[in-house]
Design a protein around this ligand. Structure first.
Ligand code: ZN
Length: 340
């Protein structure tokens, strides 16, 4: 009874907070008030603000995933307060930053089909450039991303998943949601060991990948070529099998990166210059990541650390903020908290 009352109060507080954000957004409080800024403030506001998303779904398809109309609203809002730049322009600014400039750049990770079928149309409507960081194995094989397969299989048959011994062992540790725990554990394994476990898991469950939700479909090779041909789109590297750099040896990561940039160059006609760390993990076991990224001719790398990229930021550890999926008033409100 008491827990229910607390939940009701919490729900009411959240609704009031969202109401305040809506009013602030509608009345222009989120406009930034740049006219009142002094020189120090201007310097504080200088930076490259990068944003990360994964999917863009048709309007109203899933409230928890960024929809086309909400992406459009975000782009319109960003355009009011920032210079929207491409990856190449962002890279140029990082090398030669100008005090007072405030840039925004949009990124999407992984390489989902909806980046082309839904996202590109929105970017075109808003004339906004974006970078898509693509893991190439799912593109070339037509199989889903391994973590989507695991999550979907667990959602469909949590009891069946428990028949796999290593899944049961992880479940018995308790703590987090089973799908999150499995993906977390698999992210700690080297690529070959992880793939063997995922294959065993899918085989045991006899999971039909055709039953996965459409938004989890990766781009096909032809679709990646189409996406890359848009003047608004830059394609970046994201490893071949979406492996975190922390679970790879130097040799394994070199192989992941080489396969990734080679396939991307073949499919798009351009060698990628930017990298996004899968899962945002930047720590390696024993080798220097920047020199390995440089070896494959990459020039900068994005993490998922929520930070503004300032004039002296390390180009191998660039921050990004989530695009999120909620109303634009919420996005604008969170952005405003950063800017002051
Ligand atoms: Zn990713």
């Amino acid at each position: 009874m008491e827990a229910m009352a607390t939940a009701q109060i919490e729900g009411r507080i959240q609704r009031v907070k969202q109401g305040v954000r809506e009013i602030a957004y509608m009345t222009g409080v989120s406009s930034g008030c740049t006219g009142f800024l002094n020189a120090t403030d201007r310097l504080n506001r200088t930076g490259l603000y990068a944003f990360i998303g994964h999917h863009v779904v048709p309007v109203g398809e899933d409230a928890h995933i960024l929809s086309a109309d909400r992406l459009y609203d975000r782009l319109v809002h960003l355009r009011k307060h920032f210079d929207m730049v491409s990856a190449a322009e962002a890279l140029a600014w990082l090398r030669d930053p100008e005090p007072g400039e405030r840039l925004a750049t949009i990124t999407f990770d992984d390489g989902y089909r909806d980046n082309l079928t839904v996202g590109l149309k929105v970017l075109e409507a808003a004339s906004a450039p974006a970078t898509c960081f693509v893991a190439t194995e799912p593109i070339l094989t037509g199989k889903p991303f391994w973590f989507d397969l695991v999550r979907s299989a667990v959602a469909e048959g949590p009891n069946a998943a428990m028949s796999v011994p290593w899944v049961r062992a992880i479940a018995e540790q308790g703590g987090r949601h089973l799908a999150d725990a499995l993906v977390h554990e698999l992210n700690q394994l080297p690529p070959a060991a992880r793939d063997a476990r995922v294959a065993e898991f899918a085989d045991t469950l006899d999971y039909d990948i055709g039953s996965m939700p459409p938004h989890l479909q990766p781009l096909s090779p032809g679709e990646l070529t189409d996406l890359a041909s848009s003047p608004l789109i830059t394609i970046g590297a994201h490893t071949h099998t979406h492996s975190t750099v922390s679970c790879c040896s130097e040799e394994q990561l070199r192989d992941e990166l080489t396969q990734n940039v080679t396939a991307l160059e073949q499919l798009t006609g351009r060698r990628p210059h930017l990298f996004a760390y899968p899962k945002g993990a930047t720590e390696t076991s024993s080798f220097e990541i920047a020199s390995l990224l440089e070896e494959v001719q990459l020039q900068a790398a994005f993490t998922t650390q929520r930070q503004i990229n300032r004039m002296k930021s390390d180009p191998w550890l660039l921050g990004r903020f989530p695009l999120g999926a909620g109303p634009v008033s919420q996005f604008a409100w969170e952005l405003m908290q950063l800017s002051f």
